[in-house]
Design a binder for this molecule. Structure first.
Ligand code: SF4
Length: 225
């Protein structure tokens, strides 16, 4: 097992007995919780007041996502949709200006979300993935690689989305339905911290885990072995 890459997804220890969840708990050789150097570096980073406050508020928000805590861990239940968590987190952090980047395919949802944020007192800067109006040829996409083959088509422009929000000095950027890879570029170029309201899945109604939940049944053809 030595020299294996960290792989918590395949931790052999049952959750309640794991080193990361129980002092003196068990762990495999490659467990990241055994890496004292990295833990110390984390602590240095959390030692920055701004980061510590961000992390603290996120954890408070996490805790308040459960009702019935007074009844014990086995009785808790979720009580808030993610969109409310984003609103509450932004308010707790005293954020005033929210960025909203969305896929043009979710423009109706973006209108609703932008209005809801405004209704809760936030300034909203929203930017469609097509902002900038650059043709797909700009990045070397060929005619036959377009959605509407052979026709003029505007490229998704996540770098532009990030630059608009950066120049408007948003406090928190909310991502809604950007394509795989376009979202990566947005995260890379956004100056403000980001959170995801919705991950795009064109086939599954933006619920990508539906394919995961059915990997042993309807989506078994995805598996290689
Ligand atoms: S941190 Fe260690 S104990 Fe925790 S899940 Fe990962 S490998 Fe297992």
């Amino acid at each position: 097992m030595k020299n294996k890459l960290p792989d918590c997804a395949h931790c052999p220890v049952e959750p309640a007995r794991r080193l990361c969840q129980k002092e003196g708990g068990l762990s495999p050789d490659w467990c990241p919780t055994r890496n004292r150097d990295l833990i110390d570096r984390c602590l240095q980073i959390y030692g920055q007041p701004e980061i510590q406050e961000f992390a603290r508020v996120a954890s408070v928000q996490e805790g308040e996502g459960y009702g019935g805590r007074e009844l014990g861990y086995d009785r808790v239940k979720p009580v808030k949709p993610r969109i409310l968590e984003i609103i509450e987190f932004a308010r707790r952090m005293k954020f005033n200006r929210l960025g909203l980047v969305f896929c043009v395919g979710l423009r109706n949802e973006a209108e609703a979300v932008g209005s809801l944020f405004a209704d809760h007192g936030f300034e909203v800067v929203s930017v469609s993935c097509k902002a900038g109006g650059l043709p797909k040829e700009t990045i070397g996409v060929r005619n036959e690689e377009k959605i509407n083959v052979g026709m003029p088509e505007t490229m998704c422009n996540p770098v532009m989305q990030a630059l608009v929000l950066n120049s408007e000095k948003t406090d928190l950027n909310v991502v809604m339905g950007l394509c795989v890879g376009h979202d990566s570029l947005f995260f890379k170029h956004s100056r403000a911290p980001c959170t995801v309201l919705a991950a795009k899945d064109r086939l599954l109604g933006h619920n990508p885990l539906a394919a995961v939940y059915t990997l042993n049944s309807y989506y078994r053809s995805l598996k290689k072995s």
